[in-house]
Write a protein that binds this ligand. Structure first.
Ligand code: SF4
Length: 348
């Protein structure tokens, strides 16, 4: 594995800067059912706050990602490609070979205390999920949130993990001293689709319970409705059911995002499609014939439908007194962020 060339989630810097020393890598397996078949590569990172490249259109400049790889194992995951920068497999390897930056909390606390740090917003969940299964064992997020709270540093988290509720007290404490934005990713509510395409994630309704709980505690929570999967979750009745459930959860916003199929994710997703929905393969080849994205007309159609449904069900923008101001949802990857369909329902 090319640990010596790992810098952050940006391939350019990953090639050019050494972040981990080879002697800092310890690989562990745990013989408990929830971690069976997984390997955790514990590293002591040399830095933890990453700057998003200047050319990016993302709504944030700084990110913290304590993990690489994700046991949530979403077939379509946009971050799969990043595992190849470590010479790790982007398919099953991405789901089961997890890099854990065990010193993330102490590094962050050190950075926040630096006179050169000026309290900029930090986005988490921008590459992989910081509340994936590994977090249950490594417990990096409590230290990270505590550091942000102690420095009153604004931050946002995007997650599919119900584990975030473990840190509810810390989030509430942080929200009293700084801006805290939480977004939960729920692309659809169809359980059959969920079981096959997002096999390591909590069920959609459990994720919406997270939205409800956070909102009940005064932490407004938006939903990134991602991905909308063509021909599988985009039928009008399915969109309606999803938006209805999101509205019922008390979400402060909904932002739809159509499936991307970038290299790394595309091959993995298409193999899955061939196994589970072979009749759709040709349609996908046509829809994604121009590259990684569905055509603009298709994206506009989905966005329009979701906006109309959101208005019908009364998902409104944040209002004073409802909760603290919520920064823009932090898309899971640079790709998501750059290409998120604009929506008047997004809070920024
Ligand atoms: S889409 Fe998000 S939750 Fe799913 S595997 Fe990728 S990083 Fe994890």
């Amino acid at each position: 594995m090319r640990w010596d060339h790992l810098a952050d989630d940006n391939p350019a810097t990953a090639r050019n800067a050494a972040l981990f020393g080879a002697d800092a890598v310890v690989s562990r397996t745990f013989d408990t059912p929830e971690f069976r078949g997984m390997t955790f590569h514990e590293v002591r990172a040399r830095s933890i706050v990453n700057r998003v490249p200047g050319a990016s259109r993302m709504p944030f400049e700084w990110t913290v990602n304590p993990y690489r790889g994700c046991t949530h194992a979403c077939v379509y995951c946009f971050a799969r490609k990043t595992h190849s920068y470590l010479d790790l497999d982007t398919g099953l390897g991405f789901d089961s070979q997890i890099v854990v930056k065990v010193n993330a909390p102490e590094l962050l606390r050190h950075r926040l205390a630096s006179p050169r740090w000026h309290g900029e917003h930090i986005a988490m969940g921008t590459n992989v999920d910081c509340y994936q299964r590994a977090e249950g064992r490594y417990r990096l997020m409590p230290g990270i949130i505590a550091a942000l709270r102690d420095h009153a540093n604004p931050f946002s988290i995007l997650t599919k993990g119900t584990l975030i509720l473990r840190d509810l007290d810390l989030l509430v404490q942080a929200s009293r001293v700084t801006e805290v934005g939480i977004s939960v990713s729920v692309g659809f509510t169809d359980r059959e689709l969920w079981r096959t395409v997002e096999p390591g994630t909590p069920a959609p309704e459990r994720r919406l319970d997270v939205v409800r709980t956070l909102t009940d505690h005064g932490i407004g929570c938006g939903v990134l409705m991602a991905p909308v999967i063509p021909y599988l979750s985009d039928q009008p009745d399915r969109l309606r059911e999803t938006v209805r459930a999101i509205a019922a959860s008390g979400a402060t916003s909904v932002t739809p995002l159509v499936l991307h199929l970038r290299p790394g994710a595309r091959e993995w997703f298409m193999a899955w499609l061939e196994r589970h929905h072979p009749h759709l393969v040709r349609r996908y080849e046509r829809l994604y014939a121009q590259g990684s994205y569905a055509p603009k007309w298709y994206q506009r159609r989905i966005t329009g439908q979701v906006h109309a449904l959101a208005q019908e069900y009364g998902i409104g923008p944040w209002r004073p007194g409802l909760s603290r101001r919520i920064p823009a949802p932090a898309p899971e990857t640079a790709a998501e962020a750059a290409d998120a369909a604009p929506t008047q329902l997004t809070l920024l």
